[in-house]
Design a binder for this molecule. Structure first.
Ligand code: PMP
Length: 450
């Protein structure tokens, strides 16, 4: 991977075909998008409407190509339109899309997840939000308690009780909470600083008998990448279990990406045993709507139809979505994880060197091969640290990369996602774009007032 001979495009800021689609979208979809971060408001400008994607490349409706560092926010670990996934989807779809009865693919996907993780049983759902929502219901059903502890800056989907201090998209818009969440829901959520076991001890000392579970991102990725400090996960398990509460480990982002199982594969096993419930999504759906939650068989037995905790879904375990997820997980061979490591290190080192040369304060943080760049000195251990970065410098960096054909996540509170399909050409293209973007970041850098 050398960056010397790569021919870089220089795209103008205007994107007429995307702008025209945005106009149409604004008339019929709030903000023109179906998920807020896609509106790119944190960095400004026109969101690029994509027409197609292959391997590490996105092509927009103006015909411009970008090296993709969003990866659909995690699922595209094998790259876009991977032949074996396309074939699995095509072959399955020709036999029907959805039956409303059980089918084999969902069993095979559940077996694959159970084989890779400590979960003894899983239930398949359609989104990470559904997975965390139901995991919490199950924790409440099992313990007979209602209070949930979460950490500021961790995002677990748009579940009412989990939207307090929710990082990522919420951080991007500077909203502390969402309107429309009843005070009663918020009152049942205790928000604590991430990586702060003393705060967890204090919360349990005060209200331990009311707490159903602690939910945590296995390694945080929604305030940028902030891994748990040594002993944090273990301490959570010890404290929660000491008070008869569950730990829900949200591996929607990290699952099957940080290692063949997820963050657990890097940090576990723990002396206190595995977390009681896990949530998964993204990679296990291969780009289709599929997610899961799982845990001990005796806990999962509380779910309907065997138990009293209700959960259901018309399209849950959809044959086509599960075929895509299964083909993706089966494609995640050791070489895939090796390549993710090589690509992410090459890109992170290139960016860090470039920013260093321009004197831009920054730090790169990791969870396995998952990383993000904070535009401030490190370490970043929690949400307050993450917020004290120059979002202006990031915005300038983002647009300079975009104009050279590299599509970063449009917020400095997001992980950068690479795939095993990021070949040397794609990596060289990213690295060749870096010097110009670092100069832009240096110009855009505003003094941090925290
Ligand atoms: N948990 C985590 C850790 C996530 O990163 C996300 C999505 N970014 C979710 C839950 C919610 O998943 P979904 O968007 O599929 O509802």
């Amino acid at each position: 991977m050398t960056s010397t001979h790569t021919e870089l495009p220089s795209y103008p800021l205007e994107a007429p075909a995307s702008a025209a689609l945005l106009d149409r979208a604004l008339a019929v979809i709030p903000g023109g998008v179906n998920s807020p971060v896609r509106a790119v408001r944190a960095v400004g400008g026109t969101p690029r409407f994509m027409a197609s994607a292959a391997g590490p490349w996105l092509t927009d409706v103006d015909g411009r190509r970008y090296v993709d560092l969003i990866g659909s926010w995690g699922p595209m670990i094998l790259g876009h339109a991977h032949p074996s996934v396309v074939e699995a989807v095509r072959e399955t779809a020709t036999r029907g899309f959805s039956f409303g009865t059980p089918s084999e693919n969902e069993v095979a996907l559940a077996e694959e997840i159970v084989a890779r993780t400590p979960a003894e049983q899983v239930r398949l759902v359609n989104s990470g939000t559904e997975a965390t929502m139901t995991a919490i219901r199950l924790a409440r059903g099992y313990t007979g308690r209602s209070v949930v502890v979460k950490f500021a800056g961790c995002y677990h989907g748009h579940v009412d009780s989990l939207l307090a201090a929710a990082g990522s998209g919420v951080a991007t818009f500077g909203l502390p909470d969402s309107a429309g969440v009843p005070a009663s829901s918020a009152a049942e959520t205790i928000v604590l600083p991430y990586n702060d076991l003393a705060a967890v001890e204090a919360a349990f000392a005060a209200r331990g008998h009311e707490i159903a579970c602690v939910i945590t991102e296995a390694a945080a990725g929604n305030m940028g990448v902030v891994p748990p400090v040594e002993g944090f996960t273990e301490g959570l398990l010890r404290i929660a279990h000491g008070h008869g509460a569950f730990v829900v480990s949200d591996e929607v982002m990290t699952g099957f990406r940080c290692s063949p199982s997820g963050w657990y594969g890097l940090e576990g096993p723990y002396a206190s045993g595995p977390p009681d419930l896990f949530t998964f999504g993204k990679v296990m759906g291969g780009g289709f709507p599929a997610a899961a939650f799982g845990g001990r068989a005796d806990v999962m037995a509380l779910l309907a139809p065997t138990g009293p905790v209700y959960q259901a879904g018309t399209l849950s375990g959809n044959p086509v979505a599960t075929a895509a997820g299964l083909a993706t997980l089966r494609g995640c061979a050791p070489e895939v994880y090796e390549r993710l490591g090589v690509v992410s290190r090459a890109i992170a080192e290139g960016v860090s060197e470039g920013l260093g040369r321009e004197g831009v304060p920054h730090t790169v943080q990791w969870a396995g091969s998952m990383f993000s760049v904070f535009f401030r000195e490190g370490p970043v251990r929690n949400y307050d640290d993450a917020r004290a970065q120059s979002t202006e410098a990031f915005a300038a960096f983002f647009h300079a990369m975009l104009s050279q054909g590299v599509h970063l996540p449009p917020s400095s509170f997001e992980a950068w996602f690479v795939s095993a399909a990021h070949d040397d050409e794609a990596v060289d293209h990213v690295l060749a774009s870096v010097p110009d973007a670092c100069r832009a970041a240096a110009r855009g850098f505003a003094t941090i007032d925290a």
